[in-house]
Design a protein around this ligand. Structure first.
Ligand code: ATP
Length: 303
């Protein structure tokens, strides 16, 4: 099943700014990282998917619906966490989330119950009767997440949910998002300008740059075939590098990084170390982070 698809999606602001520029992408359900530098077009894409902004040309579908013609139906099935601070400071969190649940069409009692539930899920149950103005940035982000969840959506669109948080707060928010994905069985799009940050909780990445698609794929597919074998010997590293020259090893500090091209790579390395009678210190397999690959891909695309 397709969760989201776009076809040559373009959004222009005036003559000069193309926030989205012919974006064609198809995404399956799961946790999806939508990554790109500031200004890449992430928020614009989210607003189009919600039916809050109209494309200049091209089309999009969300959960099989057309956001231009069926915006209300899309918004009934999708939860949205906006990027910027937009919460009224003098309102009690439980009241705000209940109010937004009512606006999503839930009856009064259900709205109140669902609001308490949602606030409990984001870790604000004890604090739910306090005014939002007295909350920390992390708590405000959690209120935004709770209101996105309150009507039990099929899909959550989270625009920079770690914005303004310190490293520990970012980590806690990402862990919470991953947990919500599993517990609610809901698909989640997490927007971020920090690929290294979101890749650990996502199973799919969509990378955009200046409104264009850089790459969209499952993380497992992106990292497949990128493994290296890190081998360290107490002495004789140069001798080993020469003996393994056919495998194109690379030096990294005291280690040699040998690209894993098949099962025989491991055997060749071990046999060579034994043949040269070198004291083996460490032999470990590593996979690249997508963020490393992405940095290379960005350079290639821009070159
Ligand atoms: N309402 C608007 N009017 C004019 N230009 C806009 C408007 N909204 C966005 N833009 C421009 O469109 C481009 C994409 O913006 P967008 O907010 O979608 O990017 P983003 O990837 O979400 O970045 P950020 O994380 O900084 O919000 C930027 O150049 C931005 O300045």
């Amino acid at each position: 099943m397709t969760l989201i698809s776009t076809e040559a999606l373009t959004k222009r602001y005036g003559e000069r700014v193309a926030a989205l520029d012919g974006l064609t992408v198809e995404v399956a359900p799961g946790i999806i990282g939508l990554v790109g530098a500031n200004g890449a077009g992430k928020s614009t894409l989210i607003k189009i998917l919600l039916g809050l902004a109209a494309p200049t040309s091209g089309s999009a579908r969300v959960l099989g619906l057309d956001p231009v013609r069926q915006g209300e139906q899309v918004r009934a099935r999708v939860g949205y966490m906006p990027e910027h601070d937009c919460l009224p400071p003098d309102v009690i969190a439980a009241e705000l989330v209940t109010h937004l649940a009512r606006m999503s069409g839930l009856p009064r009692t259900t709205a109140r119950e669902r609001a308490s539930e949602a606030l409990r899920h984001v870790g604000l149950y004890e604090e739910r009767y306090r005014q939002i103005g007295g909350y920390s940035t992390g708590m405000k982000q959690r209120v935004k997440l709770a209101q996105a969840l309150v009507h039990d959506p099929y899909l959550l669109l989270l625009d920079e949910p770690t914005n303004g948080l310190d490293p520990a707060g970012r980590e806690a928010m990402l862990t919470l998002i991953a947990r919500i994905g599993v517990e609610f069985g809901v698909s989640i799009v997490v927007c971020s300008h920090l690929l290294g940050e979101v890749e650990r909780i996502c199973d799919t990445l969509v990378a955009i740059d200046a409104g264009k698609l850089l790459r969209a794929d499952r993380i497992s597919a992106m990292t497949a075939g990128t493994g290296v074998l890190a081998v360290e010997v107490d002495e004789g590293t140069d001798e080993l590098a020469t003996a393994l020259a056919e495998l194109s090893p690379r030096r990294e500090g005291d280690a040699l990084l040998v690209p894993l091209t098949g099962e025989q790579t491991y055997d060749t390395v071990v046999e060579t170390v034994a043949r040269l009678e070198l004291p083996l210190h460490r032999l470990a397999q590593r996979h690249h982070q997508v963020s490393d690959l992405f940095a290379a891909a960005t350079t290639e695309v821009r070159a």
